[in-house]
Design a protein around this ligand. Structure first.
Ligand code: PHE
Length: 441
């Protein structure tokens, strides 16, 4: 069977950006940044994006396109004798883990669309808005019901295939998402008359950073760019050889960072204006934005559209996780696409029910994936570049479109000497701190 692929350059970028931009940017980034002190964390995050995450993204795209295979086979192909294929398997496991909690949160966003449509978020006080969120997360029926709807939507798109489903929908949904974020951002900034939110995001206070923040920033960079579990490797395998890979990777990273930044601009000014603590954890988006909407003319419409777009952002990301699983099932068990989709979704629902009923499991999966599985996956992926592929082959792949990648020596230097060791170092110091050994204090 011929492997499917993206039909256009823009479509490929939209799909990869669709994967990258999601709850990670709009839900996770603001709350992690809030918990880690704001601007200094943002700076750290930017540095990790450039020095570590971007090279990993370029590597994933290249390995995918070079091999044209699903993740497990891709890593087997670059090193037939070693155990690198395990990276692919860990990606498959990780896809399940992330999908299960991600779709619970995504389900909440969908429930908030429902609440907005029925006017149940209107005219609430800040305390009532917080209470609504609390009621949502503590009711497993709500979480499970909306999670199943979210997964069904994701499945609908994935079952339609790579260009007819993923590419087509990403190309429509991504621009709309951007537009809406800008509208909400403008309103939020104008609420913050004392500019506290903006300075929280832009004026760094390095005393707020700890070694924990360093790992969080790295984890966030991986999570946000969908790295370390083969999503981008799989998408890379759908990209045409005529496409400029390094440039596409840079576009995706820039879009991803920009949207996370906008999400910060959207949440923090509003949080300060409404008296919500920016470090209040995973509920931040749900507890701040309804307050802004309540203070806007026609706020309820914006509220509907905003949460709908959050759903959209979540769906395009969820699609990319499901695609890793489906692509794996298609090639390994020779299943048909619709059947593989239903199979993967059913398993995810089972795991998701655990996250929906037992919130520590959700937090644990969130932490485990972003701070352990993805960075470790990323470490092995980027290490496979110097160890299994080598500069010559890598360069040939990155320049396969016929142009020159002038920054290749910088990329290779980062891939060989900086990125893997920085990941390992941060990771190990974090592990040690779990056992009470602090390298930095
Ligand atoms: N990048 C997605 C987001 O920001 C989440 C994701 C992680 C998607 C890993 C795929 C793989 O929401």
């Amino acid at each position: 069977m011929k492997r499917e692929g993206f039909n256009s350059k823009i479509g490929a970028i939209a799909a990869a950006a669709g994967s990258a931009v999601g709850l990670g940017n709009i839900w996770r980034f603001p709350y992690v940044t809030g918990e880690n002190g704001g601007a200094a964390f943002l700076l750290l995050y930017l540095i990790f994006m450039i020095l570590i995450a971007l090279p990993v993204l370029m590597s994933e795209f290249s390995i995918g396109r070079m091999t044209g295979k699903p993740v497990t086979d891709a890593f087997r192909q670059i090193s037939p004798k070693g155990h690198w294929y395990l990276i692919g398997f860990s990606g498959v496991v990780c896809a399940f883990v992330i999908m299960s909690f991600y779709n619970v949160v995504a389900g909440w966003t969908m429930y908030y669309v429902y609440l907005s449509v029925t006017g149940k978020l209107q005219d609430l006080t800040t305390a009532e808005v917080s209470q609504t969120f609390h009621n949502t997360v503590s009711d497993p029926t709500i979480s499970i019901f909306w999670m199943v709807i979210m997964l069904s939507l994701t499945g609908y798109v994935v079952a339609r295939g790579v260009s007819g489903g993923i590419e087509k929908y990403s190309k429509i949904l991504m621009p709309v998402l951007l537009l809406l974020i800008i509208v909400v951002c403008i309103r939020s900034i104008t609420l913050d008359t004392e500019c506290k939110g903006i300075s929280f995001l832009l004026a760094p206070d390095f005393s707020k950073l700890s070694i924990k923040s360093v790992l969080e920033a790295l984890g966030q960079a991986f999570f946000s760019l969908s790295l370390g579990m083969g999503t981008m490797t799989t998408y890379g395998s759908y990209i045409s050889r005529k496409q400029n890979l390094p440039k596409s990777a840079m576009s995706v990273a820039i879009i991803d960072f920009f949207i996370a930044f906008l999400a910060g601009l959207m949440i923090f000014p509003c949080a300060f204006a409404c008296g919500v603590n920016p470090g209040s954890g995973p509920g931040l988006v749900f507890e701040t934005l309804p307050n802004v909407f309540n203070q806007m003319p026609m706020g309820w419409i914006i509220s509907i559209v905003f949460f709908l777009l959050l759903v959209v952002a979540a769906v395009t990301s969820s699609i990319s996780m499901l695609e890793v699983l489906v692509d794996f099932l298609l090639s390994k068990y020779n299943m048909k696409r619709p059947r593989a989709t239903v199979f993967a979704i059913t398993l995810t629902i089972i795991l998701g029910i655990g996250c929906a009923t037992f919130s520590p499991m959700l937090d644990f999966f969130d932490n485990l994936s972003a701070n352990v599985m993805l960075p470790l996956g990323g470490f092995f992926i980027i290490l496979s570049v110097p160890v299994c592929i080598g500069a010559k082959k890598m360069r040939a792949e990155m320049e396969a479109h016929g142009g020159k990648f002038k920054l290749f020596p910088v990329f290779y230097f980062l891939a060989k000497y900086i990125a893997p060791w920085a990941i390992l170092f941060i990771f190990v110091s974090k592990m040690l701190s779990w056992f009470g050994i602090e390298l930095f204090d």
